[in-house]
Write a protein that binds this ligand. Sequence first.
Ligand code: SUD
Ligand code: ADP
Length: 300
Amino acid sequence: MSNTVRVRVPAKVNLALSVGGTDTQGFHELATVFQAVSLGDEVTAEVARPGEFKLAFHGEGAAFLPVDDTNLAIRAAKLLARHAELDDVGVSLVIRKRIPVAGGMAGGSADAAAVLVACSALWGLGLTREELHPLAAELGSDVPFLLLGGTAIGTGRGEQLAPLMTSGTYHWTFALSHTGLSTPSVFKEFDRLSTPGQPAVADELVEALRAGDVPAVGAALSNDLEEAAISLQPTLAHTLRLGRDAGALGSIVSGSGPTCAFLAGSEAHSHEIAEALAVFSGVRAVRRAYGPVAGAQVMG
Ligand SMILES: C[C@@](CO)(OP(=O)(O)O)[C@H](O)COP(=O)(O)OP(=O)(O)OC[C@H]1O[C@@H](n2ccc(N)nc2=O)[C@H](O)[C@@H]1O
Ligand SMILES: Nc1ncnc2c1ncn2[C@@H]1O[C@H](COP(=O)(O)OP(=O)(O)O)[C@@H](O)[C@H]1O
């Protein structure tokens, strides 16, 4: 057994996000289509003294992230140790972040999924994705999808997953904001602005994904949280317009935002969209990625 394990994990974009009413715990019923994209974090897990759980970040947003027990990465490691009834383990985690923090791309959830996979390998547990699923769902609604990757329909809180067979490669340009948005506050704003119905994923999107019809996928992108995200960060409306003017096949707020996602017709087109977005002062940075890619995976 190795003393060090490295895991690569993707970010996600919601190609559709249909939001319904709330359950008894205040969680909204969702029907969503997730796609895992190549903008990802890397987690290195190293054996530490029993009972020692350490965390450090490098890269995107590292200075703003907590490294104590409130971090989802530490919570994931401790949850797995408890679940496996291991009281003599410890881990030192180093996370290289590329996924924007509080950006609607599930960065924290991705790190939690990666830590479950890394610690399962590090501690010789060899748990399957199916065995890790309940732990992932306990950590957060988005965490199970980051274990799975690819493209999938999510229902319930987003944790009940059905993989979707798709064709083709999807090239994305992402516009990052200067400030993040908190997921609960975006759902709260959604409740203020909307009367939710029964959440559903449009057949047009599923058909277009199966056929690999990228323009039709672009036309079918939808997000019920978009209005709420724009209400909290009005500059997003201008960012979305810039991407549309640059010929994006679809322009959408990613999840609860504020990252905006633009579907391009090719890799070259994704560069053109990135250049058009980079000139706007409301955009902190642009990133390009493609999907679908695999979920959290041990490297090497
Ligand atoms: C909106 C989505 C879309 O994929 O992701 P982000 O765009 O934030 O990454 C997800 O639903 C976010 O999932 P995740 O970030 O894992 O949320 P959780 O930790 O489970 O919940 C954080 C908070 O979000 C709200 N929440 C989350 C999921 C859900 N189905 N209904 C909710 O109302 C609740 O207020 C909850 O307390
Ligand atoms: N490992 C982590 N990476 C990113 N954010 C984290 C992490 N652990 C806890 N957080 C906290 O979770 C919040 C949501 O971050 P994130 O998961 O990046 O965004 P989102 O839910 O919009 O996709 C942030 O405010 C951040 O402080």
